[in-house]
Ligand binder design. Structure first.
Ligand code: ATR
Length: 284
């Protein structure tokens, strides 16, 4: 039997840092992208304990790893170990992509482009829409950065801890002069009565990851005119309700796919075939 092995002395190394990382879909579709475009590279999952993160970042330089995706729980902490932050990372305070330019590490956040490209698939003209974003963590900041950059004027943010929304308004004040007029901060309890003031509802919290998770608000109040996005990769209770009501809806797979494609573009300057990657992410 002939063994297929294309790895040789020229093979470039890419990978993902996470803890855990076994569930990650990135090694499969990034490897596929390299192979389809005939790029001599491998993409490896690296399970890095939080206490080893600094040494792991040093190893990117030492081992000559060309590019790294970063996932939970390292997206925020890893920032202090790289050499340069692109503008969006300074606002979001989280990175998911590191590019090694001959020993100089530059951090990006491609969740922004990932989210916006996914959103455009179901809402091509969204800048005049009114948004309700639930959550105020790192993923929410990436979504909000994208929306503000795209010119969205009305965003309600709901979060369990409202002080985190105030921090976002403060941090984004140099991104947009009137940010305090664009963003309205509310509690999760206030969502029900604010739904009438929103066209597009986005969940960026981890609520919905587990089947038994509670509702973030009264899902019976969702109307067919609402567009509903959950950045979790599966059809959550929120999305099932949206589907039953006849809403436009989207799960987290488009954002996952497009953030990966954007990272790949930063590393290689090339865009992999989207239809094939969609197929891998949907059917495994
Ligand atoms: P990520 O990087 O995925 O955004 P994160 O920064 O830890 O992760 O943010 C998690 C988000 O989910 C936050 O908005 C968090 O609310 P708090 O800011 O109040 O912590 C939200 N979240 C997590 N567990 C939650 C729960 N049980 N109920 C409500 N919101 C929750």
């Amino acid at each position: 039997m002939k063994l297929e092995c294309n790895i040789n002395g020229q093979t470039q190394i890419y990978g993902i840092f996470g803890y855990p990382v076994k569930h990650s879909k990135s090694p499969t579709f990034q490897t596929y992208s390299f192979q389809t475009l005939g790029i001599n590279a491998v993409y490896i999952p690296f399970e890095i304990k939080p206490e080893d993160l600094e040494k792991a970042v040093q190893s990117i330089k030492i081992l000559g790893i060309k590019g790294i995706n970063v996932t939970v729980p390292h997206k925020e902490q890893i920032i202090k170990y790289v050499d340069e932050l692109s503008p969006e990372v300074k606002y979001i305070k989280a990175t998911n992509t590191i590019h090694n330019l001959e020993g100089y590490l530059k951090a990006y956040n491609t969740d922004v482009v990932g989210f916006i490209r996914g959103l455009k698939e179901i809402e091509p003209n969204f800048s005049n829409k009114r948004f309700l974003v639930i959550g105020a963590g790192g993923a929410s900041r990436a979504v909000l950065y994208g929306l503000v950059k795209e010119g969205v004027q009305k965003i309600i943010i709901a979060n369990r801890t409202t002080s985190k929304i105030q921090n976002i308004i403060k941090d984004f004040s140099t991104l947009h002069r009137y940010i305090d007029q664009i963003i309205t901060a509310i509690t999760l309890e206030d969502i029900d009565k604010q739904l009438k003031n929103a066209d597009i509802i986005i969940n960026t919290t981890s609520i919905g990851l587990k089947e038994e998770d509670p509702e973030l608000f009264n899902y019976k109040l969702i109307e067919p005119r609402h567009t509903v996005i959950d950045i979790i990769y599966r059809k959550t209770k929120l999305l099932k309700t949206a589907e039953e009501k006849g809403c436009k809806w989207q799960d987290g797979l488009p954002m996952l796919m497009y953030q990966g494609i954007e990272s790949f573009k930063i590393w290689t300057g090339k865009e992999p075939p989207i239809d094939k990657i969609k197929n891998i992410l949907t059917h495994g």
